[in-house]
Write a protein of this length. Structure first.
Lengths: 132, 159
């Protein structure tokens, strides 16, 4: 919203009164995603990324066990939530950090980062729900 | 600086009358030339100046490591689309090294975010609230329990 001051000077920004509910929802989503990611992600990376390749049995080391797990709808939903949380966290962090590094466009960076996160989530959904 | 270096500012109208504080009497009513703004530009490497800034940027960077590992996991899921004959899980020293790096970043994210829980959450307990330290300790206990449960499920699924 813009307005002119009484002296006929140049236009200036008049902030909308009240809380910014959209930004509040974005932050609430980030807090939820970050807590879920903080609790769940380390176990997946530890087992599937480190111990699994070193010989510890993991559900993704063999096609049979991997396909059986991925065919379960609950596992699909769980993994989709995990991917969505991770990509949402990325979008939110990038949105802020890129601006703190000097890129001025809040809307442009927001569209890029959240677009990237949404694209990642859509790809994950497609792979999970069209697979075995 | 000599007086010749300063260009005079043209002023419309007369200076204002003297107020009780005597300040506005010295100010012109309206300057024609707009004031020059000098916006502060933060250097790109500001976050290298202090250890706290560096840790802050590292915390923000954890999301990149987590998302990168998730993309690798997606690659594995995409490979499973080809059927059992062509399925090859990700492995090898490079994958393990990347995973160790991503695990470090994920744990740093867990540590920093769950530590904040004590400051953010207010859990009423009678007339008082649960202490922030206890809440943070509870969150770390929850992290250990969830990690053990998921690890057990992932290993059980592969057995």
């Amino acid at each position: 919203m813009t307005s002119q001051d009484s002296t006929g000077g140049e236009e200036h920004h008049v902030p909308k009164p009240g809380p910014n509910r959209v930004l509040g929802l974005i932050w609430a989503g980030f807090a939820s995603a970050a807590v879920l990611g903080a609790l769940i992600v380390p176990a997946h990376i530890l087992i599937q990324g480190v111990l699994g390749p070193l010989g510890v049995p993991s559900f993704d080391r063999h096609y049979g066990t991997f396909a059986r797990a991925l065919s379960n709808p609950l596992v699909k939903i769980y993994l989709l939530v995990l991917f969505a949380c991770s990509f949402y966290m990325l979008a939110m962090r990038v949105w802020y950090v890129v601006r703190e590094l000097g890129v001025p466009s809040k809307l442009g960076v927001g569209l890029f980062s959240f677009g990237l996160g949404a694209a990642g989530t859509i790809v994950a959904g497609y792979l999970l729900f069209s697979g075995p | 600086m000599s007086s010749g270096d300063v260009s005079p500012v043209r002023v419309e109208g007369e200076p204002r009358g003297t107020d009780s504080d005597g300040v506005s009497a010295r100010m012109p009513a309206r300057a024609v030339e707009p004031p020059v703004a000098y916006p502060f530009k933060q250097p790109l490497t500001w976050w290298t100046r202090r250890r706290g800034y560096l840790l802050y940027m590292l915390r923000e960077f954890t999301a990149v490591g987590i998302a990168a590992w998730m993309v690798l996991f997606l690659v594995e899921i995409a490979r499973a689309h080809g059927g059992g004959a062509g399925y090859q899980p990700l492995g090898g020293p490079l994958f393990i090294a990347i995973s160790v790096l991503c695990l470090g970043l994920a744990l740093w994210h867990s540590y920093t975010f769950l530590s904040l829980a004590g400051m953010i959450m207010r859990i009423p307990l009678g007339d008082r609230t649960v202490s922030p330290r206890l809440i943070a300790q509870g969150m770390f206990a929850l992290l250990a329990a969830v990690t053990a449960l998921i690890a057990a499920l992932l290993i059980w699924g592969g057995a």
